[in-house]
Design a protein around this ligand. Structure first.
Ligand SMILES: *Cc1c(COP(=O)(O)O)cnc(C)c1O
Length: 462
């Protein structure tokens, strides 16, 4: 299995190489040259299997020669051993024909653990084999950073630097990043918003001297291995509800378009998904794009669902690649236009996107009202991101079962939950002392050169 760039101008890589590289050298994102498919019978056979077995069968065709079956099974087993639910991704019913897919039973209580725990094991295995070290730099709106630090802490072959927007994460998210005291993990509080963090990260990848000097690797959702890990729970959930004999729909609270793009891949692989519904908060660039055909950046407005406070949805480029019938040059041109703040999607590409995706948005008031309503109607306590999903899903219910992705545990965002329900969402027992642990805070300016110097110095002194 070979991987190609969305901009058509970077070397083809194996799965392991694409995973270690992150962003392609032409600025694009890696995708499989051809998406493998599972037959009706192969999908039907997944129903009722342990999550790890489903993960192996769904992901193996993408991995190709990079890992043997035995190696890959071991990696998957280690990745999900730390989850606190036997089903890993259990379904809960909210209403007739509406289900929640709980993706918050991993070590940092958000769905990012599904991909990050796997990537941690994949990196460790591959770097040991190669006798290499890498420097991981990640940008986070809160959950990616804590999941990455948890997945890579204490590993010998990896230094991890996480850029988070100072003052824009929840307290528990910040604590999860700043309290691990392993010498290979570094949380950096950047003076800016999430898009600034992501922009500096892209700058580092595009500075080839720095990139090669520190052996830069990325674990943001631009990393193909992360998207791949997320494809699995679309299969586990859909087959639990009767796929492939029965179609299902998914609603996905979206920021960087990584999680919902994994659903798109599941559909291309043959999973009978009826609708993939994009749910945005007030930072609604994706909903506006589907509605108007024009992708136009506006300023980020901080919200009660901060992990979705994003205006530049990196993985949308991957969807554009397919919408433009795999024309890398056309995608490169759109991304060039975006430098000036906006691009317009051609009629043909827009129709393809609208065939696959529906969309909706939730205002701050609607998000909060949804948490309140669900607390009464089903007794479920939703995190504010999940509430955005449930609000939009409610507008798309039909006779096809709807599965809304519950992306974080409510206790990760207690302020929004208390405001909406009056009840304080308790952390699970293994996290109960998180707020008391001692923090290491390192503030950094939004300046590329200074950040690069800091990273080089920290690596040298390890
Ligand atoms: C990251 C995150 C999202 C958005 O996921 P994307 O893959 O960036 O679209 C939604 N909810 C929570 C809780 C998250 O951490």
């Amino acid at each position: 299995m070979k991987y190609i760039s969305t901009r058509g101008n970077a070397p083809e890589l194996s799965f392991a190489e694409a995973m270690l590289t992150g962003l392609a050298r032409d600025g694009g994102l890696y995708l499989p040259k051809k998406i493998p498919t599972l037959s009706h019978d192969e999908i039907a056979a997944l129903a009722g299997l342990p999550y790890e077995d489903i993960a192996f069968r769904v992901m193996k065709p993408f991995v190709g020669e990079s890992f043997t079956d035995e190696e890959f099974k071991g990696i998957i087993a280690r990745a999900y051993a730390g989850f606190r639910h036997a089903a890993r991704a259990p379904l809960v019913q909210l209403a007739p024909n509406h289900y929640l897919l709980e993706l918050f039973h991993g070590p940092t209580l958000a769905f990012k653990d599904f991909a990050m725990q796997l990537i941690g094991q994949l990196f460790q295995f591959e770097l040991e084999r190669r006798k290499e070290r890498v420097t991981i730099v990640g940008a986070t709106s809160g959950d990616t950073g804590s999941a990455a630090i948890e997945a890579f802490r204490g590993l010998d072959n990896v230094d991890v630097f996480i850029l988070y927007p100072e003052g824009r994460t929840s307290d528990i998210q910040r604590k999860q990043m700043t309290t691990p005291d392993d010498s290979n993990v570094h949380a950096l509080a950047l003076d800016g918003d999430f898009d600034d963090c992501q922009a500096r990260l892209k700058d580092m990848f595009n500075d080839f001297e720095f990139r090669d000097g520190v052996k830069l690797a990325g674990v943001n959702s631009i990393n193909w291995a992360r998207v791949l890990a997320q494809v699995v729970y679309y299969f586990s959930a859909a087959t639990a509800l009767g796929a492939p004999a029965r179609k299902v729909s998914f609603t996905v609270p979206t920021g960087n378009f990584g999680d919902i793009f994994a659903g798109f891949i599941a559909k291309q692989m043959g999973l009978p998904i009826d609708k993939l519904v994009i749910a945005t908060n007030q930072n609604d660039i994706l909903h506006r794009t589907l509605t108007t055909g024009s992708y136009t950046k506006e300023g980020v407005k901080p919200s009660i669902s901060p992990s979705m406070d994003i205006q530049v949805s990196s993985n949308f480029e991957r969807a554009l690649f397919y919408a433009y019938e795999r024309d890398g040059e056309a995608v490169a041109k759109l991304m060039e236009d975006l430098q000036d703040g906006s691009f317009k999607i051609s009629q043909g590409a827009l129709e393809m996107l609208r065939d696959t995706f529906a969309s909706g948005r939730a205002s701050e008031e609607e998000t909060s009202a949804t948490i309140t309503a669900e607390f009464t109607s089903s007794g479920e306590t939703l995190c504010p991101h999940t509430a955005v999903g449930v609000k939009v899903a409610n507008e798309h219910l039909s006779d096809v079962p709807m599965i809304t992705l519950a992306t974080a545990h409510p206790a990760k965002f207690p302020d929004a939950v208390v405001a909406a329900t009056g009840a304080y969402p308790d952390l699970p027992p293994h996290m109960a002392d998180a707020m008391q642990r001692e923090e290491r805070i390192c503030k950094v300016p939004n300046q590329l050169a200074l950040l690069q110097t800091l990273i080089k110095d920290r690596i040298a002194s390890r």
